[in-house]
Design a protein around this ligand. Structure first.
Ligand SMILES: Cc1ncc(COP(=O)(O)O)c(C=O)c1O
Length: 386
């Protein structure tokens, strides 16, 4: 049976709108991006939506809009995809990592509270630039589950810090009934083909802050402010524009969001039914504050006595693709080199990093495919043990 790690869920409607754009002369900055942004404003209730060409660009624009610069400190998580930290490095800011909750993998709000008060204690061993002041919090909604945003926002309010919510993995999730991505001052979504909706490549920022939104609109378009001509640039900007083909694809995907989320939830349910009782592994934990999980990946964790990497190899040999998830950010070679991190610095993150294994997951998986994957896992774990 052919099983892929992930797959987009596309129909003829998506194919048709992309073709329709190709039959016009407007391939960038036309009606489609406006429609895509309007769909997000309608869905999230945010006043402003800024479509961009990746989640990373969206996060970077938020970092610029929050005025984060060289030496500034931002509290964030080492258990994430690298982009949530990289956007700080782009501005020569210093990520201040705190460890995560062992059940969800989301940033631990108690540690955030401590780090805000005693930031010196949490600084990396070495920095390439003198540390300055604490400027923002950057929590990540890991694997489609919102971070403990009430606690994080309370800390942010008390210390007058903006919150950039990285919801790149969590479109459609709700936290105590409120949508992920709308819980901080800025929310960022991403649309790579393994995400809940895809535009091929793409991302989008939502915010209610008019000044920040206007700055981000200018920065994504080579720093052109309203009134600038094509060759005049008020700001140092980027080409972070989302093209019209991608935006058109996104409009159709957004119109199918409920269907796409429901299908992913069903696939996750098929996995959980089959794997919940299996000795030697843990299935994803859904926190009570997560009123809706938006399944992005399905990550199992091996328990003591099971070698995750050996299991991964054997599953691959059986034609089941799997991925260790995540490799901690602080132990990536460039982070070790710049900040002097060592194994043991963030034990919970490292433990999750050692035990997490993402199995094939998408909304187009069939129950038979899930069954096949689960049979392979069961065979490798139970039969090898006995
Ligand atoms: C948590 C997180 N942040 C940021 C990103 C970056 O998104 P993109 O790959 O679209 O740049 C991703 C996506 O992979 C992600 O999972």
């Amino acid at each position: 049976m052919k099983i892929s790690m992930s797959s987009p869920d596309l129909t003829d409607a998506e194919r048709q709108v992309v073709m329709d754009v190709l039959n016009t002369p407007n391939l960038s900055m036309g009606d489609q991006i406006k429609r895509f942004e309007q769909a997000f404003c309608a869905y999230t209730g945010a006043k402003y939506a800024i479509g961009v060409n990746s989640g990373t660009s969206g996060l970077h624009l938020c970092v610029r809009a929050a005025g984060i610069g060289p030496g500034d400190l931002v509290i964030t998580t080492p258990f994430s995809f690298v982009a949530s930290t990289n956007v700080l490095l782009f501005e020569n800011a210093i990520p201040v990592f705190v460890d995560v909750d062992p059940k969800t993998g989301n940033i631990n709000p108690e540690l955030v509270a401590d780090a805000v008060k005693n930031v010196q204690k949490y600084l990396p061993r070495t920095t390439h630039i003198a540390p300055r002041t604490l400027k923002a919090l950057l929590p990540v909604d890991v694997f489609g589950q919102p971070a403990e945003m009430d606690a994080i926002n309370a800390i942010a309010r008390e210390h007058n810090l903006p919150v950039i919510e990285d919801s790149c993995e969590a479109l459609g999730a709700t936290y105590r009934g409120r949508l992920a991505g709308t819980l901080g001052d800025f929310g960022v979504f991403a649309f790579y083909p393994n995400k809940q909706i895809t535009t091929g490549e793409g991302g989008l920022v939502v915010t209610n802050d008019e000044k920040a939104a206007n700055l981000m609109l200018a920065l994504r378009n080579q720093g052109r402010a309203p009134g600038d001509t094509w060759l005049s640039h008020t700001y140092l900007g980027y080409n972070y524009r989302l093209d019209e083909m991608s935006a058109a694809l996104g409009v159709v995907q957004m119109s199918r969001l409920e269907e796409l989320l429901a299908k992913r939830e069903q696939v996750a349910g098929w996995y959980s039914e089959r794997l919940a009782e299996l000795p030697g592994i843990e299935i994803p934990f859904v926190e009570s504050s997560t009123t809706r999980m938006s399944w992005f990946v399905y990550v199992i964790r091996t328990q003591k006595g099971i070698d995750r990497d050996a299991l991964a190899q054997r599953l691959e040999a059986r034609g089941v693709p799997v991925r260790p998830y995540f490799l901690p950010i602080h132990l990536q070679p460039y982070m070790v080199e710049r900040f002097g991190y060592r194994a043991g610095d963030f034990p919970v993150t490292e433990d999750l990093g050692r035990r997490g294994l993402a199995v094939p997951f998408s909304g187009v998986m069939t129950e038979a495919q899930v069954e096949y994957v689960c049979d392979a896992i069961r065979a490798e774990i139970v039969e090898r043990q006995s």
